[in-house]
Design a protein around this ligand. Structure first.
Ligand code: ADE
Length: 266
C-alpha cells in the first residue's frame, strides 16, 4: 500500500509517523508514505498557496494551481481525467474536508483494497472547488467538527487503513474483534491483576471456557452498542440468539426496530 499526501505541513506527518504502527509498517516495507509539500508546486517567487475568496467573506482559500500541479507530478494527468470522467477509480484522490462523507471502519476496509491512496489536506477556509471538479474522487470528513486542516484527518485514515494491510498486525483476531469491525462496539477488556482496588474481573473471563467467554463477549458487545450507539444496531447483522440476548437485557421487550430518537440509556 502506498500513501501520497499533499500538505503544507509535511513535518506533522514525520513526527507522528516516526513512532507507531505506521512507522513499523513502513520499516517492514508493508506500506510507503510519500509526503509532498504543496508549496513546492506554487508558481512565482513568493510561492503563494492561498488567496481571498471570490464573493468576499472571511478567511483564505487554497488555490487550485499548486494543488493540481502537485497532483499531476505524482499521478498521471490522463488517469486523473479518466477516473473523473468514468467514475472508475484506480487511485482514490481523497480530499479531507468537514463537508465530506464521515469516515467509518467500513470506508477503511474499502480503501485498503486499493494499491495507492492520495490525500489532499486542505487548510484555511477550504480549497478552491475546482480541485474537486477536476480531480477529487472522495471527500472525507473525520467527524462533525472542524479542524484547522486535513492533516490530522489524513493521519487518522492512514493509521486505520494501515492496520488492515495484511501482515501489519501480528494477530489478525485483533482486527476481527475491533470495535466497529462487525458493526458492533467491542466488549470490555481486562488484564492482570485479577483484583485491583477491590474490583474483580468478570468470573467468566477466568473460567477457561472459551465458548462461554465468546458468548459473554458477544452479549456485552450487543449491550454496549445498544446503550451507546443504538444507530449502529440498525445495520448490524443480528442472529436470533443476539436478539433474544438483547431482549432479555432490556427486560423482555421484543427486539425489532431500535428507535433512534429516544434516550435508551436509563
Ligand atoms: N478539515 C477541517 N475539518 C475537517 C474534518 N472534520 N474532517 C476532515 N478534514 C477536515
Amino acid at each position: 500500500m502506498r500513501f501520497d499526501v499533499l500538505t503544507l505541513f509535511p513535518g506533522l506527518f514525520e513526527s507522528v509517523f516516526a513512532e507507531s504502527i505506521v512507522s513499523r509498517a513502513i520499516n517492514a516495507g508493508q506500506v510507503e508514505l510519500h509526503l509532498h509539500n504543496i508549496r513546492d508546486y506554487a508558481p512565482g517567487r513568493h510561492r503563494v498557496t492561498d488567496d481571498t475568496p471570490f464573493g468576499g467573506g472571511g478567511g483564505m482559500v487554497m488555490k487550485v494551481e499548486p494543488i493540481m500541479l502537485a497532483l499531476e507530478a505524482i499521478v498521471e494527468a490522463d488517469l486523473i481525467v479518466e477516473q473523473k470522467r468514468s467514475g472508475e477509480v484506480q487511485v482514490p484522490i481523497i480530499l479531507l474536508t468537514p463537508v465530506g462523507e464521515v469516515f467509518t471502519q467500513h470506508m477503511a476496509q474499502g480503501l485498503e483494497r486499493y494499491e495507492r491512496l492520495v490525500f489532499i489536506c486542505g487548510r484555511y477556509e477550504g480549497v478552491d472547488e475546482r480541485i474537486v471538479d477536476l480531480a477529487v474522487t472522495h471527500e472525507v470528513s473525520l467527524g462533525d467538527f472542524v479542524l484547522s486542516g486535513g492533516e490530522i484527518a489524513a493521519m487518522a485514515i492512514i493509521e486505520a487503513v494501515t492496520r488492515l494491510v495484511p501482515g501489519v498486525l501480528g494477530d489478525m483476531r485483533a482486527i476481527v474483534d475491533d470495535s466497529h469491525a462487525r458493526g458492533l462496539l467491542e466488549a470490555p477488556q481486562y488484564t492482570r491483576p485479577a483484583v485491583y482496588r477491590g474490583l474483580t474481573v468478570p468470573e467468566v473471563l477466568v473460567s477457561g471456557n472459551h465458548a462461554l467467554v465468546s458468548r459473554w463477549r458477544r452479549k456485552q458487545a450487543l449491550i454496549r452498542t445498544w446503550q451507546r450507539r443504538p444507530d449502529l444496531l440498525a445495520n448490524a447483522e443480528l442472529t436470533e440468539v443476539d436478539r433474544n440476548a438483547l431482549a432479555a437485557h432490556r427486560g423482555g421487550s421484543p427486539v425489532g426496530e431500535i428507535p433512534h430518537d429516544t434516550d435508551q440509556r436509563s
